[in-house]
Ligand binder design. Sequence first.
Ligand SMILES: NC(=O)c1ccc[n+]([C@@H]2O[C@H](COP(=O)([O-])OP(=O)(O)OC[C@H]3O[C@@H](n4cnc5c(N)ncnc54)[C@H](OP(=O)(O)O)[C@@H]3O)[C@@H](O)[C@H]2O)c1
Length: 313
Amino acid sequence: MRRRTLGNTGIELPELVLGTWGLSGDGYGQVDEADQDQVIARALGLGIDAFDTSDAYAKGKMEERLGRLLADREGAVVITKIGTDRAASPPIKRFDAEYLREAANKSKERLGRRIDVLLLHNPSTVALDKPHVAETMKSLCEDGIARAWGVSMGDAAVGTRAVEQGAQVLELAFNAFHQQDLSGVLTLAREKQVGLIGRSALSHGLLCGQWPSTKQFPQGDHRRDRWTLDDFKKRISQLSALRPSVGGDIPSLRAAALRFALSEPALSAVVIGPRSAVQLDQLLREAGKEPPYLPEDSRNALIRRLENVGIHS
Ligand SMILES: NC(=O)c1ccc[n+]([C@@H]2O[C@H](COP(=O)([O-])OP(=O)(O)OC[C@H]3O[C@@H](n4cnc5c(N)ncnc54)[C@H](OP(=O)(O)O)[C@@H]3O)[C@@H](O)[C@H]2O)c1
């Protein structure tokens, strides 16, 4: 597994990081505990020794699981996120200093190790404007709770504000269907040597191209409410822009989508979200072994086709 440097943090990440939201059973529906363990063990076996998680995933149980399974893996990297108070009903976003400090300490305890990258979980620009937020995150690093801090961002405005406040890392949705408005924040991050981690490379599975336009998602699957019926149909039709990328050593839409993210030079790593060992193996097999994951002319041609179907970068 090739590695890239994460901005100026001194942390090296494998190009693929294992995401644990879907795996935890949150978001997409239940995953057996034995399967969760199997995917994490398989990832380690394949050289993926970095994990993206949150104190919110399975209400902290995923952090506990990673703590147990990584106990003898000193070099493994854990990225976790705080800022959702699940003790409140319904859960609320909290970024006050007392809460952040307590949440970070609890995450560290569950993981049984110093946190490598501590991210604020989807804060608003209003939350980031409060000076105590960045100050608290910096002090958590100074106190050795975390090595580096950053923000898992919802939109470009949040990313820009986070960089202005001194965030060392940004995690952002990045895929062929979602690049809009990102160029400004990517440029700013490069100037400030902020590490960038891309997630949702498959747009939650949409870019695999395996769904009919009439696909229905079960209760408990976040995709049920993510798209309106019209929007969903439109997105399925927009996959036509991705299809010509398949061919040669790119065997599937899934491969093309993953390679699109991997070929973005601004990203240090791409967080993948397999929910089974079979999915993980498919992703690894199809990701390619080294650059160019998508040759520049193919990438540019894809971007032009995306623009032709209304998806702009
Ligand atoms: N705000 C945040 O901080 C935030 C938000 C989102 C994600 N994340 C992180 O990023 C990770 C990945 O995000 P994501 O879930 O949006 O990722 P994604 O890769 O875009 O989507 C994951 C979904 O893709 C499908 N998939 C994966 N491998 C497949 C394969 N080989 N063949 C066919 N389908 C496949 C699965 O759908 P099925 O379940 O239908 O099989 C899976 O649930 C998360 O686990 C989490 O760690 C963070």
